[in-house]
Ligand binder design. Structure first.
Ligand SMILES: NC(=O)c1ccc[n+]([C@@H]2O[C@H](COP(=O)([O-])OP(=O)(O)OC[C@H]3O[C@@H](n4cnc5c(N)ncnc54)[C@H](OP(=O)(O)O)[C@@H]3O)[C@@H](O)[C@H]2O)c1
Length: 339
């Protein structure tokens, strides 16, 4: 395959962090990105060049381009963490093959992306494009955090932002492994859909009786793990209502208003714990053999229909500047970018 000298890419306009805490919502892309024709990156030792088939748009990408993520932006570098494509150059046993990948050197919102040769995930031929493009960030996080749930030994667990793509993956795991998911959402209209997915209970944060509704559920089901992508007051209130030894695992900051922690004594006297989860750290700490087994289960779950990727929109790369904000406002699905 011949590789052109230049490519289209959505490059970042800023370096570093912005200092804002606005969350992942976007009304415009223009302050952060520009569509440019730039040289195709040249892989150095240990790197590969990938022709991108489809790129994911995750909340982490939107936090990142806004300068609110846990790593600094690099001006003039293409955005986009995750995608699927074909290995076209570099030192890799997967040359010419379709791989899912996390772009570490040049982002996926472009015709070509560049990443470490070591992190490639070869895709089964029967894995659909959208499942492959979003195979790493959410599915591996779901699998990793569900291990925390299983290790808790409880018969149930709580998750919020439960209508998110990741939330639905977690609910599917709870359903299939017999650990009842207690789903927390802010919109009541999501409740039926989540019950169909396998949620045992649904709590609605916009309901003023939420804590009263939660009390008997917590008493009867005794969940020990709270998987939290939101970080708001409703989450803190639920945590303080959970039984002894509850763990609040925060992995996202969708709320822009942080909670007040009203009962810190519970950390001392009830052995409750507040902690964070970041996939990047988990991947570094996880043995390759375990990672391989988790990836095989992820692909099997998608191919067998136990999991599905709900697609809100596929936006052509050339249209991202105009169309991405509206696409991200479609509820209950993921947005992808097609070069
Ligand atoms: N730490 C890690 O390693 C890691 C890895 C993967 C993902 N994540 C995080 O996981 C979360 C979910 O990711 P995703 O790709 O599955 O998301 P997604 O499919 O884009 O869905 C986002 C969800 O968040 C909900 N939401 C947004 N703002 C909210 C708020 N202020 N309060 C309550 N709910 C809110 C939305 O609810 P509505 O439908 O009501 O708008 C929607 O259900 C994100 O926070 C992401 O950053 C973290």
């Amino acid at each position: 395959m011949s590789i052109p000298e230049t490519m289209r890419a959505l490059v970042q306009l800023h370096d570093g962090y912005s200092g804002t805490q606005e969350g992942p919502a976007i009304d415009t892309v223009a302050p952060y990105l520009e569509l440019r024709e730039i040289p195709v990156p040249q892989p150095a030792a240990g790197q590969v060049l990938i022709k991108v088939d489809l790129a994911a748009v995750n909340p982490s990408d939107l936090h990142f381009i806004k300068g609110e993520y846990g790593q600094p932006r690099i001006k003039d570098c293409p955005a986009g963490f995750e995608g699927v494509g074909t290995v076209v150059a570099g030192d890799s046993p997967f040359m010419g093959q379709r791989v899912s990948f996390f772009a570490t050197h040049s982002g996926t919102w472009a015709d070509y992306a560049m990443t470490e040769a070591q992190g490639l995930v070869p895709c089964r031929p029967d894995l659909a494009a959208a499942d492959a493009a979003g195979q790493i960030v959410n599915p591996l996080t779901a699998m990793a955090m569900f291990d925390i749930v299983r290790e808790s030994g409880a018969d149930s667990f709580i998750l919020n932002a439960a209508g998110s793509q990741l939330g639905k993956l977690l609910i599917g795991l709870g359903r299939d492994y017999g650990i009842a998911p207690i789903a927390v959402v802010r919109r009541a209209e999501q409740a039926d859909l989540l019950r169909e997915h396998g949620a045992a209970e649904v709590l609605i944060t916009s309901d003023e009786d939420m804590m009263a509704n939660a009390a008997p559920i917590l008493r009867e089901r005794k969940p020990r793990i709270l998987l939290d992508a939101v970080g708001d007051q409703a989450t803190a209130d639920l945590f303080f209502a959970m039984p002894n030894r509850a763990r609040w695992v925060n992995y996202g900051k969708l709320s822009t208003t942080p909670p007040q922690l009203t009962q810190m004594g519970q950390l001392i006297f009830q052995q409750k714990v507040i902690e964070g989860f970041w996939l990047t750290r988990w991947m570094k700490d996880t043995a390759p053999q375990k990672l391989g087994a988790v990836i095989a289960e992820v692909q099997e779950r998608f191919v067998s229909g136990k999991w599905q990727t709900d697609v809100a929109a596929i936006v052509p790369l050339a249209d991202v500047m105009q169309s991405l904000p509206a696409a991200t406002k479609v509820v209950d699905g993921k947005v992808f970018i097609k070069p």
